[in-house]
Ligand binder design. Sequence first.
Ligand code: C2O
Ligand code: CU
Length: 494
Amino acid sequence: MSGVLTRRQVLFGLAGVGAVATLGGCSRGGGNGVAVGPSAIAAAEAARASTGQIRDLALRARKVQIDLGGRTVTTWAYGDSVPGSALRATAGDRVRVAFRNDLPEPTSVHWHGLAIRNDMDGVPGVTTPEVKPGGGFTFDFVVPDSGTHWFHPHTGLQLDRGLYAPFIIDDPTDRGGYDAEWIVVLDDWTDGVGRSPEQILTDLKAAGASGSGNGMAGMNMGGSGSGMGGMDGGDVDYPLYLVNGRPTNDPQTLNAKPGQRVRLRIINAGSDTIFTLALSGHDLRVTHTDGYPTTPVTTSALRIGMGERYDAVVTLKDGVFPLVAAPVGKTGLARALVRTSSGTVPAPTYRPSELGAYPLTADALQGAPGSALPKRDPDTVQDLVLGGSMGPYVWTINGRTYENTVPLTIRAGQAGRLRIRNQTMMPHPLHLHGHTFQIGAAGGSGPRKDTVLVPAMGSVAVDMVADNPGQWMVHCHNTYHAAVGMMTRLDYVT
Ligand code: C2O
Ligand code: CU
């Protein structure tokens, strides 16, 4: 690399080990480094509020052929379709998922957004053994958290194939107030159409090693795309963007009657794409993010990072309306059609004016009354510095890739604050397993979430309570960033 800075080159990268030690040293959770073991995990599970209801579910990962707008594509999926069929339970249920791996490679299943027992969290090498080809594993856990969640592998680049599905946890006290519910899963698609995920990563690394000028063909260098202010959305241009597994030339039609109120449960299952979502001719009333209720906010457009979920209620007008998701900083579109009566379908490339509105992000939301963590000063404050570059293609947390990470630590019962600082020129969706944090101070007005989109060169502080012992992943939800090292852990210590 010739010293030419790429747009995404880290601007204030940590100089090395010394800087990391300082960051960690100022605010460690303390403890003597003894990991919290199986008995603490079992005790936490026994203390979880449970309905006593057992729900037996089955799940199979397998190679499938799907139809993508007229082309037959071979990919990996849960069951027969992309997305896989939604799993559903009620908060407090004990869920037993009999999982079978019919893929040619080992895999894993992570239950994104569910603060379940650590040993069922589905992270090979950390929480749960990988599942070998032809093998199986029965996940068995109490689901504490209602809301729109989902699941996907925590193995290599498998998420960038078709391995994802919704996991909806109903809240028995939810009064509803809507006539229908639609799950809307967004994805960026390459498998079987463009390069394989492995080839994409090989190309990103090769381009990073050879410098920014050449070899970046097929890479998204950002800047000139459709994002607001040329916002840099991701590293990869995808051949297709999908809503519920369907491309724009063959969209799913969601049928309802004029005047009906519909709850949208929106999940961004993309690997490298932030989406801006809008429903032509309608406002969205956002009611939840990452499963937790918010004070409702009305917006024309909503920006969703990878791993994030938003629920919104819409009152439908009379006609046919594209529900579109525009990949931020990239060319292309994903869409479904909402139909309440006859009417003409706009062209597949149609971009409703709502997409031009300033999109809502989580920082504009407040948690609903009662959703805040108890007001409390943090016992431990820890820094998470997001760094990295396109050349070389390396992404880090606190200056280190995952193989060299120094995990964050916390003691059971402590209140923790994570100060996340993004020192790169692109946004990263940071995800914490096993917990839901509050944006801003505990007891404040920020929403509860498990994945937060940290703006380029921006920072976000979140508070959490150490109420779920174990070793938990903390990582960027960009599949390629995570794969090259943008992950660390939060380890409970005694
Ligand atoms: Cu949805 Cu560790 O991931
Ligand atoms: Cu990232």
